[in-house]
Design a protein around this ligand. Structure first.
Ligand SMILES: [Ca+2]
Length: 379
């Protein structure tokens, strides 16, 4: 395939004085990028992870899981997956590797699952067979409650913290009134849950022992989480979420905190009416580190720790489904220093982004004919 040579699309502006300003796009000098398609022909690919041998494991929303060899060869669908209720925004969603994958070969999946009352997001794990053809002994370790007869806002992303806890970012199922459940603790709608790797509940979760609260809950008031990553320096768990018409967010998720949906938002409902109180903040509600209005359709997230582009150190990258680009946000700790839009010339909906073992960024494009593209500075 012909490498496509692109230039960073920059819009220069002064440094933002607050993180909520919308069009605070700050230029930074980076060299030209070389974008190389390493695999294609994927069908509604959703999540990917690098295996220790530099191959990739990739989900497709319709319910298939594939290995992509380091040379880009796309393998057949793996066997041994759970029953997946694909449709609408649901299907096979995120994939993550156990922190001890090198020895236990455990692969974690999130997926939508049918059940009494409709469907919801579930999570489970299985062992990647030595020959790579199947997941062995797949077991479900989490079921989002309640089920709902809908087809939207299943989330979801999986992030492991440094202690090996499994964080799953979920959705609030979108429809009115069920989305109001994001503010209640008796359900898993619009939540981040924190689990041990076997699905059991860590003894120090924030709502353990609180009457009427589900013990898996770590944080609440989230809308539809489709990006997440572990901060490489601090060990914090960061998630991005989709806003409605405006108001995509980046949050550090901390124990017991309320992130505000659907009481407050930087966006409005799709019909233009205000969300909740009509405000963007409220007492007791935790503000995002960053928000996008108009939305980018934030999906996939990766912190950059490579050495190929020094200016990217400290940056987080977000796939843009709606903006059809790759969004770099430069952070100093939790403070936004600036934002840059990349790969817009491709016009692709970017579903996931990861840093590869070679230090380059890899993006996964949505829809039919999906590609995995390597993004690195021109040598
Ligand atoms: Ca929020």
């Amino acid at each position: 395939m012909t490498p496509t040579r692109l230039f960073a699309a920059l819009a220069a502006a002064s440094l933002p004085t607050n993180a909520w300003a919308v069009d605070t796009v700050v230029s930074s000098q980076i060299g030209d990028l070389q974008v190389t398609t390493i695999a294609d022909g994927l069908d509604s690919a959703w999540g990917m992870e690098f295996l220790p041998d530099s191959s990739l494991i990739v989900t497709e929303k319709g319910g298939t899981l594939r290995l992509v060899a380091a040379d880009g060869t796309v393998g057949p669908a793996l066997e041994g997956l759970p029953d997946i209720d694909a449709g609408g925004q649901g299907g096979l969603l995120d994939v993550a590797l156990d922190p001890d994958f090198a020895t236990n070969r455990l692969v974690y999946l999130t997926y939508s699952e049918a059940g009494n009352g409709g469907n919801s997001t579930a999570a489970g794990r299985g062992r990647l067979a030595d020959d790579g053809t199947r997941l062995e002994g797949f077991e479900k370790i989490f079921t989002q409650l309640p089920k709902h007869a809908g087809n939207k806002h299943f989330g979801s992303r999986i992030v492991f913290d440094r202690e090996g806890h499994l964080f799953i970012g979920l959705g609030e199922r979108s429809d009115t009134p069920i989305r109001e459940g994001a503010q209640k603790l008796d359900n898993h709608l619009g939540k981040v849950v924190r689990l041990n790797r076997d699905g059991s509940v860590p003894a120090d979760n924030p709502f353990i022992g609180q009457a009427g609260a589900l013990p898996e809950i770590w944080s609440y008031g989230q809308r539809n989480i489709q990006g997440g990553a572990l901060h490489p320096a601090t060990g914090e768990v960061w998630f991005s979420e989709h806003g409605p018409k405006g108001g995509d967010e980046v949050n550090v998720v901390e124990a017991g905190k309320n992130y505000g949906w659907p009481l407050v938002s930087f966006g409005v409902n799709y019909n233009g009416t205000p969300v909740g109180t009509g405000k963007s903040e409220g007492e007791g509600l935790t503000q995002p580190l960053h928000q996008w209005t108009p939305v980018i359709g934030a999906s996939g997230m990766a912190f950059y720790t490579g050495d190929g582009v020094p200016d990217w150190q400290g940056s987080a990258f977000f796939g843009g489904l709606a903006s059809r680009d790759l969004v770099r946000v430069a952070f100093d700790g939790r403070t936004v220093k600036g934002e840059e839009r990349l790969l817009g010339d491709l016009g692709k909906r970017i579903r996931d982004v990861k840093q590869g073992p070679d230090g380059a960024l890899y993006v996964l494009t949505d829809g039919s004919g999906g590609e995995i593209m390597r993004v690195a500075p021109v040598d």
